[in-house]
Design a protein around this ligand. Structure first.
Ligand code: COA
Length: 150
């Protein structure tokens, strides 16, 4: 497996991107402005993440996904750590990420990768998504915001 930047003539792996974010409109919008990295194994794309510059010296990990059959094997953690290293090497001072209040595994993953909770964007998912989202028997309403100094 190796992680590389998506080339300019390649299509972003939309099926994977939609696993992390059900809004195709939002995905298509930030994929234009951000940088997309993919994890490849045996000629197949099995993971993706997108880094988006937001404020001066700040970049946000706006999408990260691992193919369902490859989840739980440590690839998500490798992708997050790769994103942190890329952000650092580009001179950013802060990396941020957000996830739903119901995304228990993702919250654990970001904490394990050095992110700290800095805030909660109340009702983010109610405002931006037309369908109700449930995970782990919990309604996804609020976005938990994380940050890490680089
Ligand atoms: N409690 C505690 N730790 C948990 C956990 C839970 N409920 N669920 C996951 N973790 C931990 C794992 O134990 C692992 O830590 P470890 O290495 O110390 O054991 C870590 O989180 C991540 O595991 P990993 O195997 O690297 O994750 P993955 O390859 O399955 O990728 C996602 C994680 C989130 C990218 C993947 O599940 C995915 O693509 N999900 C769908 C898309 C998505 O939700 N994207 C994120 C949107 S915010």
């Amino acid at each position: 497996m190796h992680i590389r930047k998506l080339t300019i003539d390649e299509e972003p792996p939309m099926d994977l991107l939609l696993l992390a974010d059900p809004s195709r409109i939002l995905v298509e919008e930030y994929i234009q402005r951000g940088e997309c990295f993919v994890a490849e194994s045996g000629g197949q794309i099995i993971g993706v993440y997108v880094l988006l510059p937001t404020r001066p010296e700040t970049v946000e990990l706006v999408n990260i996904a691992v193919k369902e059959s490859e989840q739980g094997k440590g690839l998500g953690k490798q992708l997050v750590m790769h994103a942190i290293e890329v952000a650092k090497s580009k001179g950013y001072r802060t990396i941020e990420v957000g996830t739903g209040n119901s995304s228990i595994g993702q919250i654990a993953l970001y904490r394990k990768c050095g992110f700290r909770i800095t805030g909660v964007d109340i009702d983010f998912f109610i405002r931006h998504y037309s369908e109700a989202i449930f995970e782990n028997g919990i309604q996804c309403r609020d976005m938990v915001r994380f940050s890490q100094d680089l």
